[in-house]
Write a protein that binds this ligand. Structure first.
Ligand SMILES: NC(=O)c1ccc[n+]([C@@H]2O[C@H](COP(=O)([O-])OP(=O)(O)OC[C@H]3O[C@@H](n4cnc5c(N)ncnc54)[C@H](O)[C@@H]3O)[C@@H](O)[C@H]2O)c1
Length: 276
């Protein structure tokens, strides 16, 4: 669902996943001129790229796909170099790659290797991508947009949205590495916003609770009480749909959000307001 308009080029990381795929489709519908779809699962990302072409509203829309392993610095650099070379600039980057813990276990039984794996992908991966994308954005000219009756508006040099989690803001039992990784993403988002704000580059974060994707389906398989818990504690009695998260990413990249920087957008159906 494209309620806001885009006019530039994007990298979407984790584009084969439930949320990343929907972000790609939404950005294509919203007018993006080109999207580089990156994922460790190249074949799936390439299929999403093909489908996005049928949804794009920009007549010259281009969809490219690339394999990336977000924990590998050379792989991340190659992805960013490809976008910069093919598109000439990077206006938006959405970080939607991520993994869950191998097992839901208490703190004292948490496997240190799984801790490293989850923090590597969910946190260091985002750091490496923000670092490489920030350098490109810093080197490009700022953009402006004519908003008709609202006049001309500065868009800056680019923006990043990190798909984090409500577990950036609270903890749940038996998910130490995941919760820690998502809290740390907040540090990356705010640090990036701080260091790049003078250059006109924004970085924000979405913090959804459960989203109906393969990651959620796997959680339900491992923990069959999950759907009932979601029904009990969320006001709308269901998980988020991926398009709802994609719409939030679109808004944060749109000309309507140029004043929003370093922010966390919580998408939790009021769960974190407190017990009802
Ligand atoms: N689904 C939920 O309930 C939920 C809730 C809150 C936050 N999130 C977060 O949203 C993001 C997207 O999750 P999703 O639900 O779409 O999951 P998903 O499993 O559907 O997609 C994740 C994608 O990340 C890719 N990926 C994994 N490791 C990678 C690596 N090393 N390099 C590159 N790509 C890699 C996978 O191939 C997959 O396509 C994750 O960061 C997740 O933590 C998900």
């Amino acid at each position: 669902m494209a309620q806001f308009q885009l006019s530039g080029f994007a990298i979407i990381v984790g584009a084969a996943g439930g949320i990343g795929k929907e972000v790609a489709f939404t950005f294509a519908e919203a007018g993006a001129k080109g999207v580089l779809l990156a994922d460790i699962d190249y074949e799936a990302a390439a299929k999403v790229a093909e489908t996005s072409k049928g949804l794009a509203s920009c007549p010259t829309y281009r969809a490219l796909s690339v394999k990336v392993d977000v924990v590998d610095i050379a792989s991340v650099q190659a992805m960013v170099d490809l976008a910069a070379k093919e598109f000439g600039r990077i206006d938006y980057c959405v970080n939607a790659a991520g993994v869950d813990v191998a097992e839901y276990v208490p703190f004292d039984q948490t496997d240190p290797d799984d801790y490293d794996r989850v923090l590597g992908i969910n946190t260091k991966g985002i750091f490496l991508i923000c670092r490489a994308v920030g350098k490109v954005m810093q080197s490009q000219e700022p953009k402006q947009i004519n908003l008709g009756r609202h006049g001309t508006r500065d868009l800056g040099r680019g923006c990043i949205v990190n798909v984090s989690s409500a577990l950036s803001l609270c903890a749940v039992p038996h998910e130490v590495p995941y919760t820690t990784s998502k809290h740390a993403v907040t540090g990356i988002t705010r640090s990036f916003a701080m260091d790049f704000k003078a250059a006109g580059i924004r970085c924000n974060q979405v913090c959804p609770t459960w989203v109906r994707t393969p990651m959620y389906e796997e959680e339900c398989r491992r923990n069959p009480q999950t759907p009932q818990i979601v029904k009990n504690i969320s006001a709308v009695k269901r998980p988020l749909e991926p398009d709802e998260v994609a719409s939030a990413c679109l808004y944060l990249c749109s000309p309507s959000a140029v004043y929003i920087n370093g922010t966390l957008l919580t998408m939790d159906s009021g769960i974190l307001v407190g017990p009802s």
